[in-house]
Design a protein around this ligand. Sequence first.
Ligand SMILES: O=C(CO)[C@@H](O)[C@H](O)COP(=O)(O)O
Ligand SMILES: [Co+2]
Length: 229
Amino acid sequence: MSQDKLELIRNAGPSVLPSLLLCDFGDLKTELALLEDAGTQVLHLDVMDGHFVPNLTYGMPIVEGIRRHSELPMDVHLMISDPLQFARPMVDAGADLLTFHVEAVEDAGAVAREIRSMGVGAGVALNPGTDLSALDGCLDDVDLVLVMSVDAGFGGQAFNPVALEKLASLKQSHPDLLLEIDGGINLQTIAAARAAGCDLFVVGSGIFKQDDYASAIAALDDAIAGAVS
Ligand SMILES: O=C(CO)[C@@H](O)[C@H](O)COP(=O)(O)O
Ligand SMILES: [Co+2]
């Protein structure tokens, strides 16, 4: 099942992925229905442990709850110190792709291989201050690279353009790799990310702080389509 969903994630781009961090968790069912009606193809879930990042969000019960209300593929962004501690429970809860931070682990290739052995996709993320060289040796083992355009931990932060250079460089060196960007993506920043070669665009405030999710997503889609590379 997860392999099919992973294929859907691979083929979704270019596409906006709503980050549920800022959604109304008191009414998940309605929130998910609105996102599905708006044409969402993949959900982005932010898991924070209060240790790797100074913020705490949610774990398996919420991921499982989201899965009960939606069949959309789930891209789970693990901002946690020990990704393998919770990888299997996250897969059991319904995750289809697990993205861990390269800053959190000793051997990113080994972590990615272990995640893949669980039948889901593996992604590796890097914060704005982390050099691309931190990914040396692991890119053959991952399905996706998540280039952070803010320091992981909070929604609503300002976009850091260092992410654009990293995307362009990865696109050139690994043209077949799936590239995702996360943090401060909105109508002002999304086209530059697309022009730099990005496939998947995580958006939190750019959707959930807007009155109408569908028109917010449609405007972001239009900006992606109009991007010049
Ligand atoms: O991973 C994170 C934050 O660490 C994100 O997925 C944010 O939730 C994106 O929110 P905006 O920057 O779009 O408001
Ligand atoms: Co995220």
